[in-house]
Write a protein that binds this ligand. Structure first.
Ligand SMILES: Cc1cc2nc3c(=O)[nH]c(=O)nc-3n(C[C@H](O)[C@H](O)[C@H](O)COP(=O)(O)OP(=O)(O)OC[C@H]3O[C@@H](n4cnc5c(N)ncnc54)[C@H](O)[C@@H]3O)c2cc1C
Length: 286
């Protein structure tokens, strides 16, 4: 099928894009970034936006930089930018490891990091990164700029705190301390498919016990999130099989898993125990 007819706008500056969104968002105007989620849904006529505001020509949105202890990822930065570590230390390594699980190479050359965060598929790897590490989302509109914390941003299946006239201009991720251990484990049936369940963990080991644990689960519920019960099983404990199994079981018990065309809620709950444990194993034994 072909998309329904739409008006196409190609702003060259952020200000121009915001003005276009202010005018056209009320008439189902949408941002077009990499098009890797939006265009297929338009082709199937599951989405029929009347206006597309194509942000690909805006140079200022291509910024990918480390500043003030954070990694700043502009709306024009594509998945492939993370093929090699983009920042020194654990965050750069983690991002390139996660990126390899996103779709296939051609999709990674077009799709954007911020597009994934705006689209908010429950199984998006970048959304899990943002939720687990506590990203800040920079939302701009003609009304001004606001910063939304990850904990407030993800609200449900493809539902976020972004307003229709807002451009997600940048996402900011905190850099991780040099001794931070990280693990990411995803399960899907075929390489490149969306995750049926995945976990991302970070922690430090201080005086022989786990410090500052973060456990995030994605692909299992309506949106990715940190699981406090799993983190509580880890804090202050000696890293190893007993603590990791307890954290996996706590994560499985804490979630409200989805049933979809891929699998059942029951299976997803079991999967979450396994992916959490394996992510923790990987963090300890990279
Ligand atoms: C076969 C296939 C497999 C895939 N597998 C995976 C996978 O395993 N994991 C995964 O995470 N993704 C996967 N994807 C999706 C891919 O990662 C997309 O690139 C991503 O979801 C959206 O980014 P985009 O830049 O292409 O956004 P677009 O498709 O251009 O836009 C998506 C939505 O977000 C909005 N939007 C985009 N950017 C902004 C912005 N800056 N501000 C406000 N709104 C914005 C658009 O208006 C639209 O509603 C897959 C896609 C395909 C086709």
């Amino acid at each position: 099928m072909k998309p329904a007819a739409f008006h196409y706008h190609a702003p060259k500056s952020i200000e121009e894009a915001l003005a276009l969104l202010a005018t056209y968002a009320p008439d189902d105007g949408r941002v077009l970034a990499g098009g890797q989620s939006l265009v297929p849904t338009m082709a199937f006529r599951l989405a029929r936006p009347h206006h597309l505001v194509d942000i690909n020509g805006i140079e200022a949105l291509r910024r990918l930089a480390v500043a003030d202890g954070r990694l700043m990822i502009g709306a024009g930065v594509r998945h492939q930018a993370f093929h090699r570590p983009i920042a020194e230390g654990p965050l750069g390594t983690l991002m390139s490891r996660v990126m390899r699980h996103i779709a296939h190479y051609p999709i990674r050359t077009r799709g954007t990091f911020c597009g994934s965060i705006a689209h908010a598929d429950p199984a998006s790897e970048w959304c899990l990164v943002a939720a687990t590490l506590g990203a800040e989302m920079v939302a701009k509109s003609a009304r001004g700029t606001r910063i939304v914390a990850a904990a407030d941003y993800f609200q449900g299946i493809m539902t976020t705190a972004l307003e229709p006239d807002e451009l997600l201009a940048e996402v900011r991720l905190p850099l991780l301390a040099a001794d931070t251990r990280t693990g990411f484990y995803e399960f899907n049936r075929r390489a490149g498919d969306f995750a049926m369940g995945m976990a991302l963990v970070t922690f430090r080991v201080a005086d022989g016990v786990i410090a500052e644990p973060r456990v995030g689960v994605g692909g299992a519920e309506t949106h990715p999130r940190r699981i406090a019960a799993a983190e509580a099983e880890l804090a202050g404990r000696v890293p190893g099989a007993d603590a990791f199994r307890a954290a996996g079981e706590a994560a499985a018990a804490a979630i409200d898993p989805l049933t979809d065309h891929q699998t059942s809620a029951e299976y997803r709950r079991e999967l979450v125990a396994v992916v959490t444990r394996r992510a923790l194993d990987q963090a300890m034994n990279p």
